[in-house]
Design a protein around this ligand. Sequence first.
Ligand SMILES: Nc1nc2c(c(=O)[nH]1)N[C@H]1C(S)=C(S)[C@@H](COP(=O)(O)OP(=O)(O)OC[C@H]3O[C@@H](n4cnc5c(=O)[nH]c(N)nc54)[C@H](O)[C@@H]3O)O[C@H]1N2
Ligand SMILES: Nc1nc2c(c(=O)[nH]1)N[C@H]1C(S)=C(S)[C@@H](COP(=O)(O)OP(=O)(O)OC[C@H]3O[C@@H](n4cnc5c(=O)[nH]c(N)nc54)[C@H](O)[C@@H]3O)O[C@H]1N2
Ligand code: SF4
Ligand SMILES: [Mo]
Length: 598
Amino acid sequence: MTNKLKQLLTPSLTRRGFIKSSSAIGGLAAATSAISLPFKSAHAETKSAPGDEKVVWSACTVNCGSRCPLRMHVVDGEIKWVDADNTGNDDYANKDVQVRACLRGRSMRRRVYNPDRLKYPMKRIGKRGEGKFKRISWDEAYTEIVNSLDHIKKEYGNEAIYLNYGTGTLGGTVTKSWPPGKSLIARLMNLTGGYLNHYGDYSTAQIAKGLSYTYGGWANGNSFSDTENSKLIVQFGNNPAETRMSGGGLIHHLIESKAKSNARMIMIDPRYNDTAAGHEDQWIPIKPGTDAAFIAAMAHVMIKEDLVDQEFLDKYCVGYDEKTLPASAPANSDYKSYILGLGEDGVEKTPEWAAPITGIPVDIIIKTAREIGSTKPCAIYQGWGLQRTQNGEIASRAIAMLALLTGNLGIHGGGSGARESDYNIPFVRFPTLENPIKTSISMFLWTDAIVRGPEMTATRDGVRGKDKLDVPIKFIWNYAGNCIINQHSDINRTHDILQDDKACEMIVVIDNHMTSSAKYADIILPDLTTSEQADFCMDGKAANMPYFIFADKAIEPQFEARSIYQICSDLAERMGVGREFTEAATRKVGCVTFTLKP
Ligand SMILES: Nc1nc2c(c(=O)[nH]1)N[C@H]1C(S)=C(S)[C@@H](COP(=O)(O)OP(=O)(O)OC[C@H]3O[C@@H](n4cnc5c(=O)[nH]c(N)nc54)[C@H](O)[C@@H]3O)O[C@H]1N2
Ligand SMILES: Nc1nc2c(c(=O)[nH]1)N[C@H]1C(S)=C(S)[C@@H](COP(=O)(O)OP(=O)(O)OC[C@H]3O[C@@H](n4cnc5c(=O)[nH]c(N)nc54)[C@H](O)[C@@H]3O)O[C@H]1N2
Ligand code: SF4
Ligand SMILES: [Mo]
């Protein structure tokens, strides 16, 4: 690091000074008043001679859906460079594949030493969003938070305390930020009266609901490695080359399996995406939000040309045609009638009808319908981008319907029309106890809950666990998330709502960086990065490779940053549940021994 950069990164409490004061606890079970990670790091104690390089295996735990080990090259307590898994022969045929991190993971060093890194606790002094803060001590920050929680609990009850969506440390175990109920903040709040929960996620809100109507639940597609049995692969808005960049290598499985089966691949996407990237046999650009019309028109062709799998539909499906339509359903409300224009809307879903809507020429609609209807097995997949919009659930169901029309569900080389499936090995989580508050809202409606909480009901607004919300949101925990501003819709509306700090009274942001959301915080707490602590890393969309990663501590905590475990333990102490939070014992959870504070 250059001297200039060093200067930039050095807060008034020098990094050296801080390392010295905290080195007594580094990675070990804490016997002192400071609390370190709750389990003992395997290698953190390894001493190296000055100037010697040691390589520490860490990991990337962001929400990209993959999970990758990172090899941190550390000299004199500083990460010099980062590289990826170098084990095995990277021999796909013999399942000896390297889990090579992408550039996002490999740039971890820049995240750790970023000049924008949050270095010490801060308190807002300007308006929300203005980005004006003053430095405060950890003690002051804790006092502000505990006082605010006390006041809000007394005035409104625990239902007014909300854990916002945040997936920045999704892949961690102790550090896990989402789902909210699996985070350490949940444990802290559950010990002190509970919190308002949320359900759903920004990723898959519509498809998760939509496919529950079609299949009765979440229905993953066949894995990509099964495309070695396919004759045709059809992907709607699916782009794992950019959204599952590495990890167990989904894209690797797709390309290798496709090469084996020699299946044709059709990509339907408004953009020519990286998963196509020359591997596709045909790219069909489509106007965004019109997949359902394209599929309806293909269904029209298949019905007229007798290309649907009638036997499959009769045997396994309800409501395809009048034969399986339940007696209680209105006449002509079956799928076939809808397509042929005999349903309520009276519109026949011909290719000519769909062409101007979708921007796909009539002859391509007809040709594609014939190909999908006559080539089996056909693997039909969809990504999640196309459902992340109004009426997105209809598009996701239409694609699933294409798999059903052609009888490709439940066979090798076929699929459900949902996204490709992947491995997740079960792993015991840090116990977060039970939430005494049973109410939850959709993750999308938190701004509404600030403005009109008590008006929100189960029937109209999807409040769960209770008929209605009793109180508005008054306190927000925002851990490892940028959904206060950047990742939520209608930023101007959110900005206006948050200007009133008598409405939502307290926003606590726990992050590594000064993000747009952090600028709206009342109190900012600087968290450690993955490089400064040990954790288990999993929950990845790891393709067909089951693994988890022990992400070791590579360097000492930088600046005044503290781990989420320490933050929650410190707060628990001040809220009178210190012993309950840490359990003051060594506890075995699965194969991990957590050594907790005495
Ligand atoms: N415009 C737009 N909005 C979207 C989407 C979109 O495609 N476009 N996608 C939606 C989807 S699918 C999702 S899942 C959400 C994702 O939204 P978020 O869950 O907010 O995910 P990120 O934007 O990755 O932000 C993660 C935050 O975690 C922080 N972080 C990273 N590492 C750590 C750490 O070790 N500790 C702490 N405390 N913080 C850390 C980062 O600095 C960042 O502020 O966005 C949704 N919103
Ligand atoms: N690099 C990187 N990877 C990530 C993330 C990240 O932040 N960065 N975030 C992760 C998260 S949280 C999630 S949820 C996933 C998101 O995974 P996805 O939701 O699948 O990814 P997107 O890129 O939003 O959309 C996939 C494709 O859909 C196309 N598309 C958009 N609208 C339509 C449409 O109407 N019809 C059709 N046919 N196609 C359409 C887009 O052009 C895009 O190529 O990615 C994960 N992976
Ligand atoms: S693929 Fe995902 S988990 Fe792996 S390094 Fe890239 S961003 Fe991190
Ligand atoms: Mo997501």
